[in-house]
Design a protein around this ligand. Sequence first.
Ligand code: 3H9
Length: 653
Amino acid sequence: MKLTFSQTVTGNISGGVLVVTIDNPPVNAASADMRQGLLAAIDNAAGSKEISGVVITGAGKTFVGGADIREFGKPMAEPVLPQVVDHVEASRKPVVAAINGAALGGGLEIALACHHRIAAGSAKIALPEVKLGIVPGAGGTQRLPRLAGVIAAAEMAASGRMVGAAEALALGIVDEVAEGDLVARATAVARELAGKPPRRTGDLAVAAVDAEAFGAMATKALARARGQDAPGEALRLVRSAAGRSLAEGLADERATFLRLRDSDQSKALRHVFFAERAAAKVDGLEGVEPRAVSTIGIVGLGLMGSGIVVAALDAGYAVIGVDATAEAARKGRERIAALLDRNVASGRLDAEGREQRLALLTISHRMEDLADVDLVIEAVFDDLDVKTDLFRRLEGIVRPDAVLATNTSYLDPDLLAAAAPHPERVVGLHFFSPANIMRLVEVVNCAKTAPDVLATGLAVAKKLGKLPVVTGVCEGFIGNSIFSAYRREAEFLLEDGALPQDIDVAMEGYGFAMGPFAVFDLAGLEIAWARRKRQAAARDPNERYVGIADRLCEAGRFGQKSGRGWYAYPDGKRTVDPEVTAMIEAARAKKGISPREIKPDEIVLRLLGAMAAEGEKLLAGNIARRASDIDLVMINGYGFPAYMGGPMFAAGK
Ligand code: 3H9
């Protein structure tokens, strides 16, 4: 018999067990309706003679995706999740969680309050709240350590790391992993447990903690979470579970959750969460099917190309890597193998995974070997003639339905496409280095790119585990346009009175992992110098131009690689160089600028302002489709701190 507890929660009685199904697409979030329904289901079981136990499961591929994030910032409707969770735990009849898929945040908290947990092999659990700038708010920091121990629980709560079924079993978070029919097994267990005193997680003692081991884990977790409030709070809450009652711990957790939920960091991170989902929706692509891609050809096996090869192999694509000569191809193969070896050494990959990837890889110096690939990504030298020539050759080799993608950063892909007989199959896929690690891919919608070709670019980037953001064509696309404006303003600040180290310290204080001048030195100064020289003739003589970077390059200071740039690097360590200070002072004097003291707040304000102003231009020119896309590009490609929401969010756009 089907029972309806709310619009999203229904039940079925099977042999004395109430099987409660949460069906709240897309991710079974714990919305007000779902909370009310779940509470009603537990009450119904309590009051029914016919029911001796309860199973809770989710419809579809998610158990419960957590609290409904869209409700944050609105008045909270009763019952709140902690009430529901307490109700589940307090039930006198056994409640078994049948974790059919992702049990995240509030979803895991519901499962933790159940008296027995059975996971499907594909289940995944996590407390991802810190990624939204909050801590768990329905008992996660207090119940998880009672099952998994303080250290494992604290590490999960501070990192938001996703844990698979096997690890959850090993950690004691789930009691078993179901081999066959999950709900049938959970129903059988509920029947076995009926009439016995329920094993309540909240009643369990928290095992003693090794303070040194906790300290080592916490140091690592905090280093990764620099600048953010939530991870430290999560560590504190889990740690203190050991020394106080459940009720005290829950009260502290709830107060911390409510405080952080209203914090600026949480608002910014929620903006980023929804920005990522919005970026995947592209006007004009509704109902457009991407072309099927199973084999990718990658031309140019330098640093960028090899990184793209590894990303493609990681995603399970068959890859044909091509470079111009047998020697270059051999070096490319070595580079790819070295990247895989590094992943093995760091534990990210096992030896079997390495072999599987190498089995998917063909290396060649013959372009003709690309005859049957579905997609070619070129990552050759960023020169228009070289790339145009390559595209022309490819046209004569690849299948007529193959997609051609360019990884250019600065060239005009419309010019490249124009050189090809079929410009509609050309798209830009702008990866960031190292391409197997960096999450951002700018997908460049060229003037003639066909909708299904754009959709293919997006689908492939997504399958590579990347965050694709669509950009129109302009010099530097979204990211480098904004980065240029940032660079320009940073150089104005130099002339006006700040030194590189002042600017870097201010931006690092704001949350960037590295300030702009440290980044310039890391990336190398010569490419931007070459571009400035190329553009010199066309430059408006009335435009403010700072020549200090040119003076540095003329003096052979090309950045970290050459041992000197905006800083000196004795023993590889970033050090202020009086020679650079003197060059900056000379440049100011030459222009008759008397320097003034510029405080960190002004530095931050001017640099953020420059980024937002350039962002406005990109929006007006239809290069970026929405302000939040710009935020994603700067966060994922240029080190803008996610917990500040991106330059457009910070500017209130
Ligand atoms: C929490 O639980 C706090 C508690 O401790 C305390 C409470 C008191 N709410 O990602 P997708 C939407 S905090 C509302 O593309 P996937 C999403 O916006 C929460 N909506 O799918 C999108 O909508 P649209 C802790 C949500 O299959 C659609 O679902 N939980 C939520 O690639 C599809 O999303 C989390 O942080 C939500 N919680 O991945 C989990 N989640 O189609 C966050 C998703 O309109 N969620 N949506 O654009 C995820 O990590 C992924 O969405 C998930 C599915 C892995 C579940």
